[in-house]
Design a binder for this molecule. Structure first.
Ligand SMILES: Nc1ncnc2c1ncn2[C@@H]1O[C@H](COP(=O)(O)OP(=O)(O)OP(=O)(O)O)[C@@H](O)[C@H]1O
Ligand SMILES: [Mg+2]
Length: 207
């Protein structure tokens, strides 16, 4: 069974796709046979892969159609990264069921968790009954500040680790729109360092 890492948060626009693509490319380039599974009907990760140049040094992307089982997609690689939709439904449970690690991207406003008590209940249930691990990942953090106190307060109650994640940088959006990632040339070293640090943090959580 591959090691499976999913980005999950029913709230829209928290950074699930940005984190999933960057993590998958970083993992692939570290030498792990990696696959990116796009479980979002919107197909943003697949759209990104279609924009990549021929011979691009990145993982294959497979799109899961609405209603299709995830299970056949979680095979054929050592590491599978799943990008999930901004929804809370059966698919959420299915994603958590096939995953070893759930990464929950949250923006430092803390607002990304308000109103998601239901999701945290589902997550907690999986954590208690399966071998799933989970962590919050800061997303679009302000470069000038450390993690907002507000966010830490909200999250500390959940008893899950909080990873440093990504600061807010146009390089993330710009690179993806070009069919690249910040790991490619021309996007500055700091964002690339954040991606490598995230891969390391993920490795630590799974070891
Ligand atoms: N670290 C970042 N810095 C700057 N912009 C970011 C960052 N991460 C994400 N964004 C931007 O925020 C928006 C939402 O990001 P993304 O699409 O990754 O979120 P998502 O959770 O996958 O959204 P959805 O719920 O719609 O699938 C995008 O426009 C993206 O370019
Ligand atoms: Mg997305």
């Amino acid at each position: 069974m591959p090691l499976t890492i999913a980005t999950v948060n029913p709230k829209g626009g928290t950074g699930k796709t940005t984190i999933a693509i960057h993590l998958a490319v970083a993992c692939h380039r570290s030498g792990y046979p990696t696959k990116l599974v796009d479980a979002d009907p919107q197909g943003s990760a697949l759209d990104w892969r279609k924009r990549t140049a021929e011979g691009y040094d990145g993982p294959p992307v497979e799109h899961v159609h609405t209603g299709d089982s995830l299970t056949p997609h979680v095979a054929g690689a050592d590491v599978v990264v799943i990008d999930s939709p901004a929804r809370l439904d059966e698919r959420t449970g299915a994603v958590l069921s096939v995953s070893n690690l759930a990464l929950v991207p949250v923006r430092p406003s803390g607002l990304d968790l308000w109103g998601t008590a239901e999701f945290l209940d589902v997550l907690r249930e999986h954590l208690e009954t399966t071998g799933l691990k989970a962590a919050f990942v800061a997303s679009q953090r302000d470069v000038r500040t450390t993690l907002a106190e507000e966010l830490e307060q909200v999250l500390s109650k959940e008893g899950l680790p909080l990873l440093n994640g990504f600061t807010s940088r146009v390089a993330y959006a710009r690179s993806l729109s070009q069919g690249e990632t910040v790991l490619d040339g021309g996007y500055g070293g700091t964002a690339a360092d954040e991606v490598r640090a995230l891969l390391e943090d993920v490795g630590d959580l799974l070891s």
